[in-house]
Design a protein around this ligand. Structure first.
Ligand code: ZN
Length: 179
């Protein structure tokens, strides 16, 4: 489980030098160092504060919606349990986070995701008064809507490594109250 995999085992990477293109599982991607991402993220938050949230959340939501079908297809998942298992394994390979747990509440309405090593929290560790993994909030919302076949969900981060918490914890629940 924790063994180091070769790139071919872990990701389907193709390099197209003529067009400066890298694709993973057929999706064009950008490689960026974590410190570059960290300074970009911190710079935007320093400039915009809480106003940065909608921007990160919306782009994360779209990315999550698009990412779920790719993982489901790549891992040939048939059941929700298989998707969850594939998701936990695949996410570590993207370098954004370590997904510890995905839990559906007894009433099936809420999904709680527990994350360690969030790349968004990395440069803010213990220095923030509020959760700041805004992209991840949107991403997990869009992704889990696909996995659990739900719509009109919202995600709120309730604890964050950036605030000094041990983990980042995200609760995804319906936007509107359902009877
Ligand atoms: Zn966080």
């Amino acid at each position: 489980m924790n063994s180091i995999k070769t790139i071919d085992e872990a990701l389907f990477i193709e390099l197209d030098d003529d067009n400066a293109n890298i694709t993973i599982s057929g999706v064009p991607v950008l490689l960026m160092s974590k410190s570059t991402f960290g300074s970009l993220h911190k710079g935007i938050l320093d400039a915009l504060g809480k106003g940065a949230r909608p921007m990160f959340y919306t782009s994360g939501y779209d990315a999550g919606k698009n990412s779920a079908p790719v993982v489901i297809r790549q891992w040939k998942c048939k059941t929700t349990d298989e998707i969850i298992s594939a998701t936990i394994q695949q996410f570590t390979r993207y370098g954004w986070l370590l997904l510890k747990d995905i839990e559906l509440s007894d009433n099936q309405r809420e999904i709680t995701c527990t994350v360690i090593k969030s790349v968004e929290a990395m440069t803010h560790t213990g220095k923030s008064d509020t959760p700041i993994c805004y992209f991840m909030e949107g991403f997990l919302c869009g992704y889990m809507e696909v996995v659990f076949n739900k719509k009109d969900m919202m995600c709120e981060e309730i604890s964050c490594h950036a605030m000094g918490d041990d983990v980042c914890r995200f609760v995804i629940k319906p936007k509107f109250w359902e009877e």
